[in-house]
Design a protein around this ligand. Sequence first.
Ligand SMILES: Nc1ncnc2c1ncn2[C@@H]1O[C@H](COP(=O)(O)OP(=O)(O)OP(=O)(O)O)[C@@H](O)[C@H]1O
Length: 412
Amino acid sequence: MPEATGEPSETSGATIRLEGLTKRYPGTPTPAVENVSMEIRAGETVIFVGPSGCGKSTTLKMINRLIEPTSGRIRINGEDVTDIDPVRLRRQVGYAIQSSGLFPHMTVAQNIALVPKMVGWSKAQVASRVEEMLDLVGLEAREFAGRYPRQLSGGQQQRVGVARALAADPPVLLMDEPFGAVDPITRDHLQDELIRLQHELRKTIVFVTHDFDEAIKLGDRIAVLRERSHIAQFDSPEAILTNPADEFVSGFVGAGAALKRLNLTRVRDVGVVDFPTASVEEPLQRIFDLLGPNGTNELLLLDRHRRPYKWLRRGDLSRARESLARAGSPVTHHVSRDATLRDALEAVLTDSGGRVAVTGRRGEYTGVVDMKTLMNSVHELLEEDRMEAVEHQHDLAEERERQAQAAQEGLS
Ligand SMILES: Nc1ncnc2c1ncn2[C@@H]1O[C@H](COP(=O)(O)OP(=O)(O)OP(=O)(O)O)[C@@H](O)[C@H]1O
């Protein structure tokens, strides 16, 4: 998951090692997954991407043994879990899937309480955990705890699915296309939420998707898989975008790598600048003064909760007279500090003033991002990537040369 500024919490995740994992389904001529080995570090988010049918889900489900491997081993924090009781294993490994997988005849609270109850938490512990989890995924407990899944929107169901997967505080979270079934806007929102959550929780997350943009947005590292889960490249999103290992990977990256790069940087990582503001609660006269000849040309009017409300220009005041009701232009777009630069660029391009307000967790104003800042950041990013790619190539060439020389010395 992309690094955030501020203090990231310590990892509560576990390392996962897959050693020569193979799955051969009965009655099929070729294995669905063949000899996959990889190490996933504690606290990192690894995304499996690849074409349909390449074995992503099968590989994921072998980690919690929903599917039993035909051969190979799985180690979690060094412990070989290939032969332990699968039920015990699944308590250590949260699992969230597409269309949430909630039990329809259970309420939201009962769904979330399932694993904590199973592992023997007390009633009081379970109840407070359910509230905590709902709060974590941004749902009001009083409103949602007693509802049934059918009484929730797709996005809300997905959130409950994530809350349920995290309820017993497992070090590992497996997610199989968890946002595949929701509309693009909700999906975007859920992705942002997951990034925020992961910044707090630092679990080890393995996430399957066939959407490369989603992989770039969420992954610390991406494993691009080809048929039978053979690893085509396993690297950071930046490295895959700027230095795809082969034609298969570049085909997967697709067109517009520079634009995709924008998905890798968040608003909080670029310069969010201050903008003159005033509150609707301030006396009208003070706002007039602020926009007066000795003041600023434009300010952002905030509502009672300090949320962006209107852009007010000096010229707008002639229409204001006794009230600001008809003056200025309402803020139609804002982005959170966790939004990607791509989202910010989209918002800035749609705004006639060429800037967008940035908001905190409760929608409160924290600053603005403008076109100039964005453009500078993008140029810098691409330049850095290019330099890194050149250095990487250089290192590879040197290594090859060293190897060739060593081979020759061995011969002579
Ligand atoms: N229960 C099963 N029995 C037989 N073959 C299966 C079974 N489940 C999956 N397969 C086959 O194994 C291969 C890998 O399937 P898997 O679901 O892991 O792929 P995937 O990469 O997750 O695909 P998608 O992106 O379409 O979900 C496919 O060829 C699939 O047809």
